[in-house]
Design a protein around this ligand. Structure first.
Ligand code: ZN
Length: 269
């Protein structure tokens, strides 16, 4: 009989924080193990409890206070970044605020998970704890990288010279819709959208079509880029005529070769 899954993997899995080979191994075992299926069901209940609104039930007050303090600190930092641009975001951009809040909610879930484990740590073996800490460091490194993106987004979305372009679906290609914020002065493109998944040997690639000259690649975008926007940095000062998403061979191409899936013209937003 194969060994049962690591105890901490149940909570990590329930919170969507288990990935790669470990996730596959975990899923493969749980599929064929009734005991672990039961434990996963419990972990899912706990994961739901650890959510912000029901945090009281699972997290001791002192831990919760620390958690809220940390979330508030993160929030203040982003608000400060927004204030630095000294511009009030336009009303139609308000939904971006929602996306930032989603980021805070994610941070809150990760922190709640940590608190929950610290709270239970007397029942944990040393080895499990260090495993957990290693993963946390990885999560924190990712959070730091995302923070740079969030800062770029805040600057672009609140700048008066940012253009917003809606990208429309082109007949005969996978259905989808997307939006681009572009600031030529800063050379930053923010892309968010959802397209039907690309075939496994293809990638979606975003292009800036300049007033003159060849399209400039703004990198690959995921089919589902709804909550996590893609941020691309381009040479500054490019005047954009249009934006397009094409279907390219896996990994993208220096120049577009595939069909245009989404297209939006600047000024037609
Ligand atoms: Zn098992």
């Amino acid at each position: 009989m194969e060994a049962h899954a690591n105890p901490e993997d149940f909570d990590l899995y329930a919170l969507g924080a288990l990935d790669g080979e470990e996730r596959q191994r975990f899923e493969a075992h749980v599929r064929s193990c009734e005991a672990c299926q039961k434990q996963l069901a419990q972990a899912r209940e706990v994961a739901a409890l650890v959510g912000l609104t029901a945090a009281e039930a699972a997290v001791p007050p002192a831990v919760k206070a620390r958690l809220m303090e940390k979330i508030q600190k993160d929030k203040d930092a982003t608000q400060q970044a927004a204030a630095q641009t000294a511009q009030k975001p336009a009303r139609k951009r308000a939904r971006w605020g929602l996306r930032f809040s989603l980021g805070f909610a994610m941070a809150a879930v990760v922190l709640a998970l940590v608190c929950f484990w610290l709270w239970k740590q007397d029942t944990l073996h040393e080895q499990q704890l260090s495993h957990m800490m290693a993963r946390l460091e990885k999560t924190q490194a990712e959070a730091r990288r995302n923070q740079a993106d969030v800062r770029a987004m805040t600057r672009v979305v609140s700048a008066p010279d940012t253009v917003q372009v809606d990208l429309a679906h082109q007949a005969g290609t996978p259905p989808g819709t997307a939006h681009v914020f572009y600031n030529g002065r800063m050379g930053i493109i923010i892309y968010t959208g959802v397209i039907a998944p690309a075939p496994s040997d293809k990638s979606y690639q975003l292009w800036l079509v300049p007033d003159s000259g060849a399209p400039v690649s703004a990198g690959l975008v995921e089919a589902d880029q709804a909550t996590g926007a893609a941020v691309a940095h381009l040479p500054r000062g490019l005047a954009a005529k249009a934006f397009a998403v094409t279907l390219e061979p896996k990994g993208g191409r220096p120049q577009p070769t595939g069909p245009k899936v989404l297209v939006g013209t600047v000024g037609n937003a």
